[in-house]
Design a protein around this ligand. Structure first.
Ligand code: APR
Length: 320
């Protein structure tokens, strides 16, 4: 049986990490595409030379030619520019929108049957534009944000409760930005909701509020520390979970930027919600009930996404 093919559009910090994890997991053969000459080739060669030591057989190659992504089963898009200190994700709109146009056209021409995972920021607007530019079905184009935001939340909670990260589940909805909505009610320690854990005296509301705030600003904290770019290990791990669920039809339920067609009262926009990922791509949206306060936070987040989409339409009238 032929191996799966994974095309990584953008071979920077996240792209290189994606290639390494995908190869180590033997998810398929990997093509790294980038406009920067030498970067994808160099990373492909370097990772290939780690394969004999680690013992995996994925084939990797780098390219500047979209024709080489032909027939890809999965495309993960990180092409674009990351944040520098002082920049918000939204500051990237103008530059990265142009990149999404080129990438969307390349995927449409050479890998129209792929499951496409967008990581480029500002995520909720870029994945919307990428779907439009590519013309691929909305269930085959999704954005990676919620798994990363939830994972950050889980890490902080595991530290607070001094328990294994594996015992922590977290639920983060909304756009990938400062308006994201970490839902404490649906976040648990081994199934016990956080409000109950507070009642049992394991933590306090103030501490959980501080963790929620730190989660919201989790990406910025890393940008501030790295100074030259943004996070890449956790974003790559998160996107690989999505790719794996599609390729193996695992049907994991994870928060992703998914196209909403009336769910949560949103029409024609990408927003972070829990979805089932399987062989059909984004197969189903899990629509949870909100309290009034949660609804207000979610709406605030949707409004922020809407503003970015409007900004995109002004820059690129063909998207209107
Ligand atoms: N086509 C293909 N690749 C491109 C294009 C393009 N039109 N424009 C830029 N690139 C490449 C760059 O050459 C670079 O190698 O995209 C890569 C981006 O890599 P990094 O700068 O290392 O950025 P990274 O940390 O990987 O983040 C990528 O993901 O999380 C988001 O905000 C982040 O938007 C950023 C993206």
């Amino acid at each position: 049986m032929a191996r799966n093919k994974i095309a990584l559009i953008g071979a920077g910090m996240i792209g290189g990490t994606l290639a390494h994890i995908a190869a180590q997991k033997e998810l398929g053969d990997v093509v790294l595409f980038d406009i920067a000459e030498g970067t994808p080739e160099g990373k492909a060669l370097d990772i290939s030379q780690s394969a004999p030591v680690d013992g995996y057989d994925s084939r990797l190659r780098g390219t500047q030619d979209y024709a080489d992504i032909a027939g890809a089963d999965v495309c993960i898009v990180t092409a674009g520019v990351p944040r520098k200190p002082g920049m918000s994700r939204d500051d990237l709109v103008g530059i990265n929108l142009k990149v999404m146009k080129a990438v969307g056209e390349g995927i449409a021409k050479h890998a129209p049957n792929a499951f496409v995972i967008c990581i480029t920021n500002p995520l909720d607007a870029m994945v919307w534009a990428l779907q439009k530019f590519s013309g691929l079905p909305t269930n085959k184009v999704v954005g990676m944000a919620g798994i990363l935001d939830s994972s950050r939340f889980r890490h902080f909670l595991a530290e607070e409760f001094s328990v294994s990260v594996e015992s922590v589940t977290a639920f983060v909805l909304g756009g990938h930005g400062d308006t994201m909505v970490p839902l404490t009610r649906y976040s648990t320690i081994a199934g016990v909701p956080l409000p109950d854990m507070i009642e049992m005296g394991w933590s306090s509301q103030e501490k959980i509020d501080a963790i929620v705030d730190r989660t919201r600003k989790g990406g910025g904290e890393i940008v501030g520390l790295l100074k030259t770019g943004s996070a890449f290990y956790a974003p790559a791990a998160s996107a690989i979970q999505m790719a794996e669920s599609y390729l193996k039809d695992k049907k994991v339920v994870v928060p992703c930027a998914a196209y909403l067609d009336g769910q949560y009262g949103v029409n024609g926009r990408y927003v972070g919600v829990p979805i089932v990922i399987g062989e059909g791509g984004a197969e189903r949206v899990l629509e949870v009930k909100f309290t009034e306060e949660e609804q207000a936070m979610f709406q605030n987040s949707v409004n922020a996404v809407e503003e970015l989409v409007e900004a995109c339409k002004k820059i690129e009238p063909s998207l209107a």
